[in-house]
Design a protein around this ligand. Sequence first.
Ligand SMILES: Cc1ncc(COP(=O)(O)O)c(C=O)c1O
Length: 402
Amino acid sequence: MATKAMRPAIEGGSPVRDEFLPFARPAITEPDITRVVETLRSGWLTVGPRTKEFEKIVAEYIGVEKAAALHSCTAGLHLSLAVLGVGRGDEVVMPALNFAAGPNMAIHLGATPVLVDIDPETLNVTPEILEAAITPRTKVLLPLHFAGRPCDMRTIMDLARSRGLRVVGDGAHAIGSDYGGAKVGSLADATSFSFYVTKGITTGEGGIVTSPDRDVIGRVRRLSLHGMSSGAWKRYSDKGPWYYEILEAGYKYNMNDMQAALGLTQMERVEVFRADRERIAAAYTRELANVEGVVVPAACLTECVHAWHLYPIQLDTDALTIDRNHFVLALLEEGIGVSVHFIPIHYHPFFRDHLGHAPGAFPVTERYFERAVSLPIYPMMTDGDVADVVTAVSKLLSHYKR
Ligand SMILES: Cc1ncc(COP(=O)(O)O)c(C=O)c1O
């Protein structure tokens, strides 16, 4: 007979953890707090010297000349698509396994998000998948570096150039990812990163656009502040420092100096954070790869660096007596915070009605979604936390084995 410890907590057994392990938690330490408090004391809270410094540090890290710091990755996707000329009637190709930001921003610009399926191993789009979706109306390819695993950007850029298209990278998960020696954010016409609280580094909320083209960044920056003129002309103007001109219809999407102050201390540890995530991913893979009932995420090729924003396992639901939803509820009862990334875009009522895709349209995405569970992975996790996750997952897999 199963002992209380072996019985799932959801069925009255003892949970693996008494204290709940959150799915995500930012790595905030004293230097972060000190820098933000210093900023508050300085009296300069809005966009200013710290934002400029943050842009410089991120640009250097990615390997580009310029970057534009914004209040979110969503804002960055919006402005990137706008700057690259996306408008009414255009098509923007992106994966169905996605967050709402990319499709929503395309729609706000009057364009159509063209959804595509993913590669079952990398969970990313491939150049071949993107190419098959190109039509005369395609304007931009919008690959997502899912979970922090980089797409093959050199080949995607070659494809785009050969077809006269532009590329926007969704780098929300991918600060620090690298494919073949090129960091995510260094090759695409524009790449938008997220500094939301669960991401590789955080500014609370925030984002940044990087581009190898300084003109793209100049336009993103201008659009982020109402389309206001700035920079060199002021020095030669006979008008006072109060003077500005609106050069196009912009938005109000800028980052502020309190966010940037946090970003600066976070950037000092960006590689440490990535290494922490990599270490946790390696431990999960070591402990779970041979456990029946689960498929671990495929390791990166030797030439690629994974940011491990997420560690998405897939349940072999044919070998289990429960489905993914029940597994998630059972893990929560064991005291382990988990999540699912993502509900396929075409499953949401709005996109279903707007785009008209029926279930079955993207079989790899849909099969992945039915089986997907994202395990906690973040620098603040201890070895004991990681061991508890492994114990809880193994316990449930063994109990619910068919
Ligand atoms: C793939 C993807 N793109 C874009 C975003 C939007 O990021 P933000 O919240 O910074 O706008 C997210 C947020 O989680 C995401 O997961």
